[in-house]
Design a binder for this molecule. Structure first.
Ligand SMILES: *Cc1c(COP(=O)(O)O)cnc(C)c1O
Length: 406
């Protein structure tokens, strides 16, 4: 060990013995050792997701008007497609939406606790064994997807003074969730079964709703109608966002849009019908000028062909900015396209900002990554993904800001 390293080693030991173990006082946010920093101040350098709840409401109202006289519910599963289930559900409720669909019971329990008068919550993925009583007690409507689930629900609710509402999903031809024809024959063969269930809604899902010319749509429609006519009278629902733009026969009593509420046209025929709700901005952390032949980022996969000005922004794949956007996508500043240079890192992305006038960009400025100049759809296409994947993949540490929040 040389003298310097020895000194360092001694210093470390000395520090170790002289310092008291770290024990923050509960709730301490200020004091000489702990300068006061509000969470908002600390987040100033974070990438920001801005969510326009007014636009969510307008999209809902447009769809509701378009499908009338059918009713419109809303799918708010997966934290409302990553946009925040609680604020989004509240906003939709203010727009008079009353039927909400989530995937998990836990999601429904959280939203039920908001106390929104008249709101109904459906659990699309069904119930795992043993959850029936909790679901019924919370007034949440399970979507029964198999004969076993239906049998368990019937048994668990048999002794209750009132039969709690449930929904029944039919597999009309996509081989995903729902009762198949064998299950259905079983049910229909037992008349008492239906007496014991309060089936509020019968639903199914289309495999090819975003392909208006596909024969699968009319074949699923035919099967859904045939099966539903053998079941007790209840509301019927077949349409996701895309199916709201097919022939009106697909709409039945209640439509279940998700994606369209969040501003994505589910098929070209619907483009311009809904408005975007989300923008993503990333802060410039550092600017640098490099000479010709410089390598950028991990693997040095980008080599400059001329002197360049580069900006490093604080947005990486941990934030849901996909690594496959390396050397592909772009950001924008003042309407100028700034191509991504090199690989996306976990916490940062480097862009070629040479197209901007020198001095136009400073550390702390924000680049538009999704917004008026670059739509969510374009980013998804650059990433080889669909817009739903980008929305639901945003990382937890993005700062979410709501417009028109109530
Ligand atoms: C997710 C989902 C929807 C909503 O689909 P979008 O394409 O986002 O409109 C509707 N119904 C079911 C059963 C779903 O799982």
């Amino acid at each position: 060990m040389n003298g310097q390293a020895e000194g360092l080693e001694r210093g470390r030991q000395a520090t170790a013995v002289s310092r008291a173990p770290y024990s923050p006082r509960p709730g301490a946010t200020s004091g000489p050792d702990c300068p006061s920093v509000t969470p908002a101040d600390a987040a100033a350098g974070s990438p920001r997701l801005t969510i326009d709840l007014g636009a969510v409401k307008r999209n809902y109202l447009r769809i509701a008007a378009h499908v009338r006289p059918s009713m419109a519910g809303a799918v708010v599963k997966a934290d409302a497609y990553g946009m925040g289930a609680e604020p989004v559900t509240r906003a939709l409720w203010e727009a008079r939406c009353r039927s909400f669909f989530v995937a998990h019971l836990s999601e429904a329990l959280t939203l039920r606790a908001l106390g929104l008068d008249g709101a109904q919550f459906y659990v699309l993925n069904g119930l795992s064994p043993g959850m029936e009583t909790a679901c019924a007690a919370a007034g949440i409507i399970p979507v029964l997807n198999s004969l076993e689930q239906a049998v368990r629900w019937r048994e668990a609710t048999a002794t209750l003074p009132e039969r709690p509402a449930c929904a029944l999903q039919i597999d009309s031809g996509m081989a995903r969730l729902g009762l198949d024809s064998t299950d259905l024959l079983h049910l229909v063969g037992d008349a008492r079964f239906f007496n014991d269930l309060d089936i509020r809604l019968v639903l199914s899902q289309l495999a090819c709703a975003d392909m208006p010319l596909s024969d699968a749509n009319s074949s699923q429609l035919g099967r859904f109608e045939a099966v539903a006519s053998c079941l007790p009278d209840s509301l019927r629902s077949l349409a996701n966002s895309a199916a709201c733009f097919l022939d009106p026969r697909f709409r039945f009593d209640l439509v279940r849009p998700g994606l369209a509420l969040f501003g994505v046209a589910p098929m070209p025929e619907a483009s311009g019908f809904v408005e975007p709700i989300v923008t993503l901005d990333a802060p410039v952390l550092q600017l640098r000028t490099v000479s010709r032949g410089a390598g950028v980022g991990y693997g040095l996969t980008y080599q400059t062909s001329a002197p360049k000005r580069l900006a490093v922004v604080g947005l990486g794949y941990a934030d849901g900015w996909r690594r496959c956007l390396s050397n592909r996508g772009a950001g924008y500043f003042d309407g100028v396209r700034l191509p991504i240079a090199g690989r996306i890192s976990m916490d940062s992305t480097t862009l070629d900002v040479t197209a901007l006038p020198e001095g136009a960009l400073r550390p702390g400025d924000f680049l538009e990554m999704i917004g008026p100049h670059q739509s969510l759809e374009v980013v998804a296409a650059d990433a080889g993904a669909i817009p739903n994947e980008i929305l639901t993949g945003f990382g937890k540490r993005l700062l979410k800001r709501y417009r028109d929040a109530t």
